[in-house]
Design a protein around this ligand. Structure first.
Ligand SMILES: [Zn+2]
Length: 258
């Protein structure tokens, strides 16, 4: 056997060994049901930074900015920011209270939610809660079993885990329940979108803020932020990320001016 041929055969054996090892590791990874593909958090963080307009960048942006009162503390519990780039803080605990349908929410939010649902019914509509507080285990189960990972928040980054979010649909709305454009046309959803601010809730994932919130349009997901903030957010048309960025700017400016 020539020297060259001997080297070629050794190379071939090495190549096959490497390919074999790669295939085995991939099979092991796919069969492990606990395996969760991590999100490329840093890349998305850069995207969101670019998507949020800078202070005074465009006139219409400046006009849309809500007034921030001096008493606002950005660390208020009801302003907790949870999104794909901001996980729920380590060790965050929530005291829940039961609401209708066997669901639970942060106890500080329960009365506001029940008042909103009662008044919505009073106005002739038929809201039904389809999701509220979720434990980390539930979120992990949902994430690991969903076919479309883009539609389910990565465990630790869902607002449902902090008990401040609730999903509400019109009773009897079947088939296309997750078609936000369609459910937004129901009378119940129209009433909720218009009136949620009076109870301290905001429509958290508007259709025109997907890049900033990191979540696709959800006409059913309402988030509690308190009445004052809810009114400012809903009236100015900003999303929570934009509002908090503005708040952060105002707070820093105020500290600097003192
Ligand atoms: Zn939701």
């Amino acid at each position: 056997m020539s020297k060259l041929r001997k080297f070629l055969i050794i190379d071939l054996i090495l190549l096959m060994a490497v390919l074999g090892a790669l295939t085995i590791s991939r099979i092991l990874k796919e069969n492990n049901s606990d395996y969760i593909e991590p999100e490329p958090q840093e890349e998305i963080a850069e995207e969101i930074e670019e998507a949020i307009p800078e202070e005074g960048e465009a006139e219409e942006v400046a006009e849309a900015q809500p007034e921030i009162s001096e008493e606002v503390n950005p660390d208020e519990w009801n302003l907790l920011l949870v999104n794909p780039w901001n996980a729920i803080p380590e060790g965050y605990s929530v005291e829940t209270a039961s609401v209708e349908g066997g669901y639970e929410v942060d106890a500080r939010v329960a009365d506001s939610l029940e008042a909103m649902l009662a008044d919505c019914r009073e106005a002739g509509h038929s809201p039904v809660v389809i999701s509220a507080f979720r434990t980390r285990d539930t979120q992990e189960y949902l994430y690991n079993t969903t076919a479309n990972k883009d539609d389910t928040a990565y465990p630790g980054t869902s607002e449902h885990e902090c008990g401040l979010a609730v999903d509400i649909l019109e009773t009897g709305y079947g088939g296309d329940w997750d078609n936000a454009e369609k459910t937004a046309q129901t009378e119940t959803q129209k009433w909720l979108t218009e009136n949620c601010k009076d109870y301290g809730f905001i429509l958290r994932y508007p259709s025109d803020k997907e890049e900033i919130t990191g979540i696709v349009y959800e006409s059913w997901h309402y988030r509690y932020v308190g009445r004052e903030h809810a009114a400012k957010i809903m009236d100015s048309g900003v999303c929570l990320e934009e509002y908090l960025k503005r708040l952060d700017y105002e707070t820093k400016t105020r500290i600097k001016d003192q």
